[in-house]
Design a protein around this ligand. Structure first.
Ligand code: NAP
Ligand code: SF4
Length: 669
């Protein structure tokens, strides 16, 4: 019997039989507007179809220029827009899959001059102010939803998803926060929800009988003056009557100040909100956000909170998740760790959406593994992300790899992450790689640093020895109160009551998060972020978040730059880390000059004034340098070695680059 009986059960929708309940939710890939982008997207989606996903949804395509993300953003307004999509739909159908096109009008979130909304109210996360739509604009826009759907039919799609959540146009019609109209489209709820319902009708009128219409409904807005639970249920019923086949879940507006998908959000954190809507309708309802594993998904379905699960990032991380779950190969699933680094941060920084743990995502046509022409004996030193990725990829190509790791455990810096609250799930990555190493029979030698002698006789040597903490060049740097971030996160050293952290990069933030949590009872996620699970009021927010626990330590984070601490953290997660530490009373000082460390603590100059940061412990999180001693030794012995990850370049090192470099090198040897 399968471990996932509900997840792998078929479901009939509009006369079509979906083979299981796993849907790849919409993600903007950033690839669609690149030269050759549709061919890349075709292979991206085909890989997921081959991997067993029951249904997929594309990134958003706007029904008109006003609704685009920005100038040149993806549109679906005429046949010229529709034609290239045939590459996607044909590839997906050939692979046995089904795909819907998402129609997304960004409303007041678009980054351009022509944006429109029910009322002329600027979003707090946008510098552009929308123009209020006239009644004619509204009618025209609804017709353009219908036109986009008709074009999706001609492009071979199996259906469309109408994006009605996250604060985009449709969602902004629903609530008084953004809809101050006094005509047929504003005021009473029956008027505010008219646009959403008419959008479904406009689409239904343009598509064949067996064409799937999915609507992404905001199950909880997480903003003031958002929808009430009763309004959401009423809208769900109206959408069902208008011809919606599946209700997908949107969680929180983009301007909401509550994390909804980051690693620190508990898995399945929002399925209860979807469950409320499921109870109100008869059509299938889909849960979304932080559904990280087949077990989490099965639990949601078993509790009766949903009929389907949207797993967008997990299918970026592993296109074969569904097939592996069906084959009972759970250990082979490369799980999404919720970091957002490769996917959403990639997109929001103007790049493409890929994945930290699977850099092949959206690069399916570029990072292609071919069998090795001439199998070699390869030694790889270091069992962190770079070495693990290299070893698995190279062995899979037919090379014979021996992996040396000095620690008794694989994982490198991922092992430090497990100590950080909210990053416990990061261990899934080394455990996936360890599983693959065993499956592919890679020889692994743990628990002793490799010597140059050990590396003699291999055809090729790869150094993935990582990075070590950069030593501090400061008077008193050798004081017993000074500890490295590694000492603290690995548990080798315990910090005192008053801590100064030198360095406010990603690792400084991780250390602070670890130290504020140490010895504290873990706070309830919902109470800490002000979410009302009883959903008594509008938006699903409490009148006030819970009081933070009394800090057990006084923590001061410092940096020399005068920019805001945390400015370089991930675009989509940095605000969460900053808000969390601020709430926990961590002080952050920018523009500090370090003078010395002595028994009293850390002496600095700040804004021209001498200042003492009284401390029992000074933690150094001031970046890294490559751990490359072995490279020099090998060089002296005339052994050539390639370096990847931190061993090659420690500046700006992160696991995403490490894994990417491991795979890239493994494909070229
Ligand atoms: P980082 O982001 O480069 O930060 C290094 C910090 O040390 C900065 O605050 C820097 O600020 C300070 N610093 C640099 N040189 C110094 C020196 N000589 N003396 C004193 N201070 C110095 O590097 P990291 O924190 O070590 O993180 C490494 C990588 O891991 C980064 O790429 C990061 O993206 C990734 N990471 C990310 C996260 C996350 O996003 N949550 C978490 C962990 C790791 P000043 O130069 O202004 O003093
Ligand atoms: Fe998940 Fe991180 Fe990959 Fe995004 S980059 S899909 S969050 S593992």
């Amino acid at each position: 019997m399968s471990a996932y009986p509900k997840l792998l059960a078929p479901l009939r929708v509009r006369g079509q039989v979906l083979p299981n309940r796993i849907v790849m939710g919409s993600m903007h890939t950033g690839v669609e507007t690149l030269p050759g982008g549709f061919a890349r997207m075709a292979e991206f989606y085909a890989a997921r179809a081959r991997g067993g996903a029951a249904l997929m949804v594309t990134g958003g395509f706007a029904p008109n220029a006003e609704g685009a993300f920005g100038p040149g953003g993806p549109l679906m307004v005429d046949q010229a827009d529709a034609a290239p999509h045939l590459a996607i739909t044909e590839a997906v159908h050939k692979a046995g899959g089904r795909i819907l096109m998402q129609i997304l009008h960004t409303g007041r979130y678009g980054k351009h001059e022509a944006i429109v909304a029910p009322s002329a109210i600027r979003a707090p996360i946008n510098s552009f102010t929308p123009r209020a739509m006239s009644a004619d604009d509204i009618r025209r826009t609804l017709a353009e939803y219908g036109r986009a759907a008709a074009l999706a039919v001609s492009a071979g799609y199996d259906g469309v998803e109408i994006m009605g959540s996250e604060g985009y146009l449709i969602n902004s019609f629903l609530v008084t926060r953004t809809n101050k109209r006094d005509d047929d489209w504003g005021g009473a709820y029956a008027n505010r929800m008219r646009f959403a319902v008419e959008a479904v009708r406009a689409v239904r009128a343009q598509v064949p009988e067996d064409f799937i219409v999915m609507f992404r409904l905001s199950m909880i807005d997480l903003v003031d003056e958002g929808s009430t639970a009763a309004e959401i249920a009423e809208l769900a019923r109206a959408l069902e009557r208008a011809g919606t086949d599946i209700l997908n879940s949107g969680i929180g507006w983009h301007e909401a100040k509550v994390p909804t998908i980051a690693a620190m959000v508990p898995p399945a954190a929002w399925s209860w909100a979807t469950g409320r809507v499921k109870a109100a309708v008869a059509i299938p309802v889909m849960a979304s956000n932080r559904i990280d594993s087949p077990e989490t998904a099965e639990g949601i379905l078993a509790r009766g909170e949903a009929d389907l699960v949207s797993m967008a990032r997990p299918l970026l991380a592993d296109p074969e998740l569904a097939a592996k779950a069906r084959r009972g190969e759970r250990g082979r699933i490369n799980l999404c760790i919720g970091c957002n680094q490769g996917c959403l941060d990639g997109i929001f920084s103007g790049g493409i959406c890929s994945c930290l743990v699977n850099p092949k995502a959206c690069r399916e046509t570029e990072l292609v593994a071919r069998p090795a022409a001439q199998p070699k004996r390869i030694a790889v030193v270091g069992g962190g992300p770079a070495g693990l990725a290299f070893a698995v990829e190279a062995q899979a190509r037919g090379h014979r790899v021996t992996l040396f790791e000095a620690q008794s455990e694989l994982g490198g810096q991922f092992l430090l992450a497990r100590a950080v609250p909210g990053k416990e799930g990061y261990l899934a990555t080394p455990s996936y790689f360890a599983h693959e190493l065993a499956r592919l029979a890679v020889e692994v030698r743990l628990g002793r640093p490799a010597t140059a002698q050990d590396l003699r006789g291999f055809d090729r040597v790869v150094l993935a020895t990582g990075a070590v903490p950069r030593p501090l060049d400061l008077a008193g740097a050798d004081h017993p109160m000074v500890a490295s971030y590694e000492d603290i996160l690995s548990g080798k050293r315990r910090a005192g009551q008053r801590v100064a952290i030198i360095g406010s990069g990603g690792i400084g933030f991780d250390v602070a998060a670890f130290l504020v949590a140490e010895g504290q009872v873990r706070e309830d996620f919902y109470a800490a972020w002000g979410v009302d699970r009883a959903f008594a009021g509008a938006g699903g927010l409490l009148a006030k978040p819970a009081e933070p626990p009394t800090p057990r330590r006084r923590i001061v984070m410092l940096q020399r730059k005068t920019t805001r601490p945390g400015a370089d953290l991930g675009k989509t997660t940095g605000w969460i880390h900053k808000a969390h530490l601020a709430r926990m009373g961590v002080e952050m000082l920018a523009g500090a000059s370090y003078r010395k460390i002595d028994d009293a603590g850390l002496h600095i100059v700040l804004k021209g004034e001498e200042k003492l940061i009284g401390a029992d412990t000074v933690v150094v999180a001031a970046g890294q340098r490559p751990a490359d001693e072995l490279a020099m030794e090998l060089g002296q012995m005339g052994i050539d070695a390639s370096r990847i990850g931190g061993a090659r370049e420690a500046l700006g090192l992160d696991a995403m680059r490490a894994i990417f470099e491991g795979i890239e090198l493994a494909q070229s040897v």
